[in-house]
Design a protein around this ligand. Structure first.
Ligand code: ADE
Length: 229
């Protein structure tokens, strides 16, 4: 899978060198390229923003550097998908992560300030699938953290990335038996810690009872934390 990320803060994406995503890169399961948007701005100050037409607070990202960046990156993508992280996008879900994990690649266009001039999405809608996506109902300072989260959610689903193929099937929100249930509590050794014991059933070796207990815990957790599910 090919992943391109465009940002004015490429250093913000340094976590892509670590842990699960970093290992997937080292093993060449994914090809990740981070681009500095300012490399595509050619005035003396490498300006990427300007005041909003119509007035209002903050700055808007100018379309020209985005056009140059996307023109140079999109030809590397078959069936290009351009994701624009923004609080005004459609909510990111496990379902989207699963769909994206089947694609040959994607481009993350990380805006800052009040966002990217809307003509950029218009211009590329003919050549790519352009998708504004939100991490949740809160406002971050830019799209980078959202892109990191989305990339991690996708990459861990790719074949060979996780050691144990079953672990993605047990995830909260994974399709299948536990659909739309949150995962319940988990325990490891020691069997007693500071007076707190691991529930007996987990030590019983009775896989049927353990599965029933886990499902009950998942239902209870979902009722308390996310009753709307
Ligand atoms: N950029 C700023 N806030 C964001 C959010 N909630 N989701 C995605 N991108 C964002």
């Amino acid at each position: 899978m090919r992943l391109d990320i465009i940002s004015i803060f490429p250093d913000y994406l340094a976590p892509l060198e670590l842990s699960l995503v970093g290992r997937a890169r080292a093993r060449q399961l994914i090809d990740v390229r981070v681009h500095d948007l300012r490399d595509y701005a050619h005035d003396r100050h490498r300006t990427v923003d300007d005041v909003p037409y119509g007035g209002g607070p903050g700055m808007v990202m100018r379309p020209e550097p985005w056009g140059e960046a996307l023109d140079s990156i999109l030809p590397d993508h078959q069936a290009p998908l351009v994701i624009i992280p923004t609080p005004s996008g459609r909510p990111f879900t496990q379902h989207l992560a699963q769909q994206w994990s089947l694609r040959p690649g994607m481009v993350f266009a990380c805006g800052r300030y009040e966002g990217i001039d809307a003509r950029v999405a218009q211009e590329y809608a003919g050549r790519a699938e352009v998708l504004p996506v939100s991490l949740g109902d809160y406002v971050l300072a830019g799209g980078e953290v959202a892109a990191l989260a989305m990339i991690e959610a996708v990459v861990r689903l790719l074949p060979g990335v996780l050691g144990n193929d079953e672990s993605v099937q047990d995830d909260s929100f994974a399709p299948g038996a536990m659909e739309s249930l949150l995962e319940g509590p988990v325990y490891t050794r020691p069997p007693e810690w500071r007076g707190h014991a691991v529930p007996d059933v987990l030590l019983s070796g009775d896989h049927g009872r353990i599965a029933t207990w886990r499902r009950d815990q998942a239902i209870e957790r979902t009722r308390v934390m996310r009753p709307e599910l």
